[in-house]
Design a protein around this ligand. Sequence first.
Ligand SMILES: Cc1ncc(COP(=O)(O)O)c(C=O)c1O
Length: 381
Amino acid sequence: MRMKKQVAELIQQHGTPLFILDHKKLRRNYRTFKKNLSRVQCYYAVKANTHPEIIKTLFLEGSSFDVASYNEFMQVYEYIKHFEEKDQESFIWDKIIFSNTIKDRETLSKIKKYRPLVTFDNSDELKKIKACCNTAGLILRLKVPDTGSQVEMSSKFGAEPGDADYLIRLAHDAGLVVEGLSFHVGSQCTNFDNYTAAFAITSEILNDARAKGYGLNIVDIGGGFPVPYDAQVPEFEELAGLINSECKRLFPADVEIIAEPGRFLAATAATLITEIIGKSRRDGKIFYYINDGVYHTFSGVIFDHWIPNFTAFKNGEKEVCAVVGQTCDSFDKISQSVQLPGNLGIGDYLLTENIGAYSIASSTNFNGFDGAKIIHTNLNR
Ligand SMILES: Cc1ncc(COP(=O)(O)O)c(C=O)c1O
């Protein structure tokens, strides 16, 4: 791959490592999501990439937001409050869902005044919500299959479906209102049977609760929408077709369907340029040391089980190489096996696409290294 003129200019201007966030792609991902899932309100999962410019771009497109902490809540709220229409009680619910099922007392007390929409999945959480944030509307998160997803969720989150009836009643008896149900099929879910199973579980519980007089009217289908990292990933359009037909078949028209995509919106919107700062041959294999690593922009290799791609700008005979990070920790290995030209040297660049999600959001400053410089293209505001 020859280096494109635009990339060369950006490196010249900003140096490396360089995280290039393309807002045109962000907008395109949002529009693809909405075009294919018109009944679904999109709550961007801020955890995927918390950059404020992403929040702005997506808000201007019409997105709502899924937050996991008080800081994320306030980050979104401080931006969107300027757009709040007076006397609109549902403003917060329409724009923010607090979808971390576990919240500490302090967080709950601090968000009480906003009358938030929050998820829960157990009775201890209910007690906390009752004591510290009884203004909240509740969404009961259910445990659903997450078989084959890149990041599994159900071993840590979600009430057993068999406990749902009890938890809804417990909330009601405590004077709280369960507004709906949610699930998450695991992140980067390419096994669409997980969605089919989750819809079946959710609709049975929803219909049963409604028949008993509980006014549940929100179904939150979570995240998990897969990103085309490689050619094996099934098409989003196929999944959207399944979701649309299941929603139509299973949920009456007065049920609001919402979703919390993170990766799907953010991943393909960013590209990283790194520089080779060291090279050695160990046991016959070339090691390229680059000026980023798993403690920084490649944190997704650890936390997200992500396998990054690397492209060199130089041609040459390819061989199996390792690409490792800049820190002095032997754990900082990004890839042990990547096909790259063997003739790359110090000062050559590598490009990694689709690095917008779970990358800079979970990066640290370990060893005192700064993170990649973030720049924006196609902001167009
Ligand atoms: C509650 C919740 N919602 C949404 C998401 C976003 O998931 P994804 O990036 O797979 O769309 C996550 C990811 O961890 C999550 O925990």
